[in-house]
Design a binder for this molecule. Sequence first.
Ligand code: ZN
Ligand code: FE
Length: 257
Amino acid sequence: MTLIALPAFSDNYIWMLHDGQQALVVDPGDAAPVLAALDAHELALTAILVTHHHADHVGGLAALRPRLQGPVFGPAREAIPAPFEPLADGARIFAAGTTFEVIDVPGHTAGHIAYLHRPADGAAPILFCGDTLFSGGCGRLFEGTALQMHHSLSRLAALPGDTQVCCAHEYTESNLRFAAAVEPDNPELARYTAECRGLRERGVPTLPSTIARERAVNPFLRCALPAVARAARAQGAANDSEAEVFGALREWKNRFR
Ligand code: ZN
Ligand code: FE
């Protein structure tokens, strides 16, 4: 299977997974880059996976339907442009010759879901997590609570370390600036920041990341660490509980420049 990040708008990625014949795309906010990639690689579009209802994730659906030879999958609890196959936690689907399990990850939106592919051949799992987990950060809380988002991120953080993390936005460098304010003494963070700067200077995506890397650098997955809790306390966290630390970090990030 080949994994491609198709840039869209100013900082979105539409992920495409294909086997040389069948392709699926995730969160096609715009149809144009998808159609161009299908034509360039001579692929049939046989499934679309949607993580949540925001326009930058579903805006290309209508224009792709005439080319689509299969279902649109989406979160059962969200208003996705019909028709689509509604999915909830634990669902298993077959899409473009590949299987996925569905993980409920509310927080950014109330019904946000993620898709996990575990290859049978022992290769690294692939996670499509929409706007829930970003490299070095996480989505804003538009419809959910800090407690929900913390729980959602904890489920993703528990996946195998080599899981390829396919986020829907290139937010890594700005996220890492915030992460450095939280954990100025994290050596892995400094090393990764330099690596990402080099990638972006060459116009290369910083994604996919891995779960192991996110555990090492992403402050939102590190709320149990004393250094992170201390930084959150200085920004208003009332205690060291992980959910309280997470909530304080998320609010700090909202006002961080
Ligand atoms: Zn969104
Ligand atoms: Fe988005």
